[in-house]
Design a protein. Sequence first.
Length: 345
Amino acid sequence: MISKDKLKNLSINEIIEKYPYTEGFFEDQKLAVDDKDKSLKEIFSELTIEEMEDVVFDLDQFAGSLTSHIRNMQEFLGENDSIVGTLSIVAGKDKDGEWENYEKLDIKSGEIISIVGPTGSGKSRLLADIEWTAQGDTPTERQILINDEVPDKKWRFTGGKKLVAQLSQNMNFVMDLSVMEFLNLHAESRLIDNQEDVVERIFKEANQLAGEQFGRETQITSLSGGQSRALMIADTAILSSSPIILIDEIENAGINREKALELLVGEEKIVLMATHDPILALMGDKRIIINNGGIKDIIETTGEEKELMKELKVLDKVMTDLRDDLRYGNNLSRISDELAEIKTA
């Protein structure tokens, strides 16, 4: 959700690039701008008294008016349909009818939340509650709020407005298309203006995520499991209108997990990640602990745990190298050396 305080620190070029319809707004306001790489705050600080009289507004008023203009245009264009600044989960009950051990969890745009718990503990039920914006009408009796309000019914009943994009463990394509044909088809359906640039970016990001590179003309039905997952993560991050992304056990995907999360969060998505991987669990800003159908605890990842994650990544690299060497028939002496270094450290 755009705020006037955030706008104040953006350059004119950054604002126009993100919200092209603001160019006319700046012209109408007759704001003297010699350098569009300067932020609004910098521009207003350099205005003379005469120039300030022409603009009429001070910085706060100008930013407020610009914010209103952007929100009105987003509403007109339907862009607000996918804006979620905060997702809130209000406590419900576990399988025994006992209230969950918290009152309300607020998840901000750009946050990563890991969901951990034994098989059958209720992770899928939590995700279903979020997807259908439960209002006390599911077995858990949880309530889901969007931006601190009861969400519009469109999230439930309009097929084209999906709150959650799900990336499951197994992704099987059925269309006989090349990678670029598939991406262009999706971009066309989203009415993207700079389609060629966006599609090229998705292709490049997907290949950075994938363990094994693939080409533009590769048929999507011939992609491996890891390549399919990499393509869909990049596509979902960049093209999907869904503001909330659910990833189920990304550790089994054969992709660069850290880069995948960075890409999704960089696109201002809320990422909910069900995982059994301790490294991924610690990558989250918080982790939700689920047992017996209810949320038993919400733990914020500490600095000490982040340091532990660095050590786990070293061990994880050894395991990754071992898998690759075994897969390609390489000598395993390199792995022995790596293990020796870890023992010494």
